[in-house]
Design a protein around this ligand. Structure first.
Ligand SMILES: [Zn+2]
Length: 480
């Protein structure tokens, strides 16, 4: 009995010693920084720097297809803009990728009911031969039905696959929609199809605006012509198919690979006062598809990060650590900027205090999740408390992925947040001609800036780190 008691007492002592030790190691945010972040948050909610940024970018540059002349103008514009905003450092880092071009695109039903169709070619699609490609359609309800098909039934045909996306706050149907686009095209090519069509991965059933997006073709030799029909045009094709007669389409896509292009990530910094080499990384991607003006995807993301950093720069004193804004190159055709960045900076991953990227439109942030070391969870709770009054709920049960391009740095071991935006109408406009400035609510954009400014500042002022090191967070799984 006494023996057991003594063991209990010893265990209690050890537990106390352990928790005291854990408390010593815990990352915390000083009260002074919490107060300053709260003021920063409130200032950001009434500031229009972010909206002015995305308005000017989409007006003065417009669409920014990776590798186009507008891409180069966008890089030059952003360098000049970051300098004009007064950042301490502005520089670029090179990013190379295969160049893909869209010149023109047409489609029509040849038989049984001749009429035009609204469609758009997908990234890395092959062009059709001179004079166009005419073929019979074989249709599938979804990607699984195509997977299960006999290749003989597909060979030489124009494969059509439907999609069924619903509007959702977190946009989770896009997982299916993007897989139908990227993997469906590759699968159809492997099965010997002449061309691939899909019902756009979108939710705007009322608009004849097809949604583009990349395919999974990585080699010009494997690519076939691939395109997306607008939702009403896809519905029309499905009605024609239901009549049971053979359906013949003609596609004319003047698109394709055109060598290699060298673009750039554009980077701006607010230099840290105490630890200039330790970095809070925030960003968005500068490239866009060419059909709209790249407002919600992803001028908004670059604007949110740039405006948050500018508000921190305008405080009376520089933050303890560096705030780094990264405007990534060519996210749309396969995270080229994000992957190049992660390769170039993997060795310094321990110097990345915390990071995340905005790439889901301009709707309000409603959820925060985090992938950090256990000793930093208290600091995450402190951040959560500051952003909670402006509508952000912390969910401790999900990892933080870091966003699209910065998911690659997270994959190298960077501690990361996910700040989930309300994407209810995002897939009405995503990758189509309606991605324009009028879809952005300046007040919602300001809320995003407030969340980014508050979290970035608090992370920069923290006593301790969030657990970034090579290979950390591997258990989070893949992020894309
Ligand atoms: Zn995007």
């Amino acid at each position: 009995m006494r023996h057991t008691l003594r063991l209990h007492a010893l265990a209690a002592c050890l537990a106390l010693a352990f928790s005291a030790h854990a408390a010593d190691k815990a990352t915390t945010i000083p009260d002074k920084a919490v107060t300053a972040a709260t003021e920063l948050r409130d200032r950001a909610m009434n500031d229009n720097t972010g909206y002015e940024f995305v308005s000017a970018l989409t007006t003065e540059v417009g669409p920014r297809l990776a590798g186009s002349a507008a891409d180069a103008r966008g890089v030059a514009w952003t360098v000049a803009k970051f300098k004009a905003m007064g950042f301490d450092k502005v520089y670029t880092e090179k990013v190379s990728y295969p160049l893909w071009q869209r010149r023109s695109e047409h489609a029509e039903i040849v038989a049984p009911f001749p009429q035009p169709l609204a469609l758009t070619a997908l990234g890395y699609s092959a062009g059709t031969p001179a004079g166009g490609l005419t073929g019979d359609v074989v249709a599938f309800n979804d990607l699984d039905a195509l997977k299960a098909a006999d290749p003989a039934s597909v060979k030489g045909k124009i494969v059509y696959v439907s999609t069924h996306m619903q509007q959702q706050k977190d946009g989770h149907d896009y997982g299916m929609g993007s897989a139908t686009r990227t993997r469906g095209a590759v699968l159809a090519a492997q099965m010997g199809a002449a061309a691939y069509l899909l019902r756009s991965a979108g939710t705007d059933a009322h608009s004849r605006t097809p949604h583009t997006g990349v395919t999974g073709f990585t080699d010009p030799k494997q690519a076939i012509p691939a395109a997306a029909l607008s939702l009403p045009d896809a519905d029309q094709l499905e009605r024609v198919l239901k009549e049971g007669k053979p359906v013949t389409l003609k596609l004319e896509l003047d698109v394709g690979f055109a060598g290699t292009y060298e673009g750039a990530n554009v980077i701006a910094e607010v230099t840290g006062r105490k630890h200039p080499n330790e970095v809070v990384a925030i960003g968005g991607h500068l490239d866009s598809w060419d059909l709209g003006t790249g407002a919600i995807d992803d001028g908004a993301g670059v604007a949110i990060a740039a405006a948050a950093a500018k508000l921190i720069k305008d405080m009376p004193q520089r933050p303890d650590r560096t705030i780094r804004v990264i405007a990534f190159s060519n996210e749309e055709m396969g995270l080229w900027g994000g992957r190049a960045y992660a390769e170039a900076h993997a060795k310094e991953v321990s110097k990345f205090q915390l990071g995340t990227e905005s790439d889901f439109g301009a709707g309000r942030i409603w959820r925060m999740t985090a992938s950090v070391k256990p000793e930093a969870l208290g600091a995450i709770q402190q951040i959560a408390k500051v952003v909670e009054p402006i509508g952000v709920a912390y969910d401790p049960n999900k990892p933080g992925g870091g966003g699209s391009d910065l998911s690659q740095m997270h994959g190298k071991g960077m501690a990361a947040l996910s700040l989930t935006q309300d994407g209810t109408d995002y897939f009405d406009f995503h990758h189509n001609a309606n991605d324009t400035l009028d879809k952005i609510d300046p007040k919602a954009l300001a809320q995003n800036v407030a969340v980014y400014a508050a979290f970035a500042y608090m992370a920069a002022q923290a006593n301790g780190d969030f657990g970034s090191k090579p290979g950390a967070f591997a258990k989070d799984g893949a992020h894309d």
